[in-house]
Each structure stands twice: as C-alpha cells, then as structure tokens.
Design a protein around this ligand. Structure first.
Ligand code: DGL
Length: 273
C-alpha cells in the first residue's frame, strides 16, 4: 500500500488532493499545510526552498512513498532542488539520506509539481487572449517565464496576481461580497483585456471558482490543472513501481499543519465527502 505525501503553504492544496482522491481513492494520504508561513507568494526562493525540503523530509519520515507539491509557488521555487536532492538513487548521498529518512523502505522519492496550465489554455482560447492568475512568486519565476514562451506569437498572455485570494481562502471565505470584491479587482483587468480563458495558477484559487465564474460569466473558460496533475501522478507512480491500491474503500487522510488548523479541517471536510 502506498502513502502519498502532499503539501502546500496552506489549505489550497486540498483542491489538488480532491482531484487525486477521485482517481486514487484507496491510497493513504498525509497532507501538510505550512500555514504558519502562509502566504508563500511574497517569500524569497531561498525561504520557500528550505521549507519545501524540511516538509518533504518530514513527509518521508511519516511514510510518504511519493510527494505532490500541491503549490505552484513552491514548485516554481523548489522542484529542481527537491528532485536533485531526493529523486536520484544513483547519487550515493541521496540513497543514504532517503534510506535513513524512510527507515530503509525507499532509496529515492519522486515529486509531482504544479504549474499554470498555459499550454491547454493556448489550445482553448478563441479570443486569442488568455489570463493567468497566480502569486507574485510564481509569475516572476524562471519556470513560469519558460512555460509562457509556449504562447509566443500564438496568443497573448495577460497576468495578474490574485491579490488577497489566498488570505480569503485561509480565512475560510469562499463566497459573499468580500470575496466578490477581492476577486473582481484582480480578474477584472484580465477580462477587460479580452481574456476568454482563465488559468488558475495557484491551488488556493479553485476554492473561489464559483465567485470567479460569477464575475467572468458563462463565456469564459476557467482552467484548474489539478485533474491533469492527478493523472500525471498515476503515471509517475506506475513508472516508479508504486502499485495503486485496488478498490474504492477510502484510504486514510492525515491532516497536519504548522499553524491553526480550523480552516484546514473545515475545507477538508468539504472536499472529502
Ligand atoms: N497555494 C499556493 C500556490 O499554488 C501558494 C499560495 C501562497 O501561499 O501564496 O501557489
């Protein structure tokens, strides 16, 4: 039986866990919300990378066989360092480290990351303008700039930080006038620029999908990469020889956080129905 580790700066990664559990219902999960340090969006690459490594090591000690970085910002900052340090069993220092952390169970750990779904959006837009909502950390990362090059000369990519979105979700506010006002301020400029396809480039934002849809209207497509990430996870597990548990009996879910876990528990209850 496999154990899947997942982490984010807060409760946002639960939007990814929800999709993963649809395709892998019977696995055991351990989810870590680093909400004492949330948001990651304005933090330095060094800080986010150090947190990502510390959290990953904790998840491996807790039995994780594979780890999903359910955070675009942490992926942009740290996925290369994570893979370099923990994914390569050919490196003696990696083997030794992971064998030690896992109590001899594994000699490497694979990582699945998140990134704004620019590629599918390019194939979907009719207006030729796509809008990307993400954190400042994701938008300025080299990884994102590279992904964005896919659009060069084909479509226009407009970006906006979802200002205040993460704070709303962490406070458990996913609807109502305050959420609408906050979402309108960041989404409005993208819609005004003619975007007909909006990419949700932060895992907190899907919790605001109803508000985003209400403001964007029926002609705008909203893209959440979480279902594609869930599919990719199953492929990597297969490559890595991690056999999924058969059947639909729900595996366990352990929720951990570095701060107050009220919102985490409440949002987890809504996705784990
Ligand atoms: N949920 C995260 C992401 O996907 C991080 C948000 C934040 O902490 O700023 O980018």
């Amino acid at each position: 039986m496999a154990k899947i580790g997942i982490f984010d700066s807060g409760a946002g990664g639960l939007s990814v866990l929800k999709e993963i559990r649809k395709v892998l219902p019977a696995e055991d999960y351990v989810y870590f919300a680093d909400n004492a340090n949330c948001p990651y969006g304005e933090k330095t690459v060094k800080f986010v990378t150090e947190r990502a490594m510390e959290i990953s090591e904790m998840l491996i000690r807790m039995g994780a066989d594979i780890i999903v970085v359910a955070c675009n910002t942490a992926t942009a900052a740290a996925i290369s360092a994570l893979r370099e340090n923990y994914s390569c069993p050919q490196k003696p220092e990696t083997r030794e480290k992971i064998l030690g952390l896992s109590g001899g169970r594994r000699d490497h750990i694979r990582f699945i990351g998140m990134e704004p779904a620019v590629k599918p959006a390019i194939g979907m837009t009719k207006s030729g303008v796509i809008g990307v909502l993400a954190t400042a950390g994701t938008l300025k990362a080299e990884k994102y700039r590279h992904t964005k090059e896919l659009a060069n000369g084909r479509v226009t990519v407009m970006e906006h930080v979802g200002q205040g979105f993460v704070e709303l979700v962490e406070n458990g506010i996913t609807s109502g006038p305050e959420a609408e006002k906050t979402v309108r301020a960041s989404l409005g400029p993208l819609l005004d620029a003619g975007a007909d396809t909006i990419v949700l480039g932060c895992t907190h934002y899907p919790f605001l999908t109803d508000v985003i849809k209400k403001i964007a209207g029926p002609d705008v497509t909203i893209i959440d990469p979480a279902p594609a990430v869930a599919k990719h996870l199953t492929e990597v597990m297969e490559e890595d020889g991690i056999v999924p548990v058969q059947g639909n009996v729900r595996g366990s879910l352990t929720l951990l956080s570095s701060g107050n876990d009220d919102t985490l528990k409440r949002l987890a209850a809504t996705i784990c129905t």
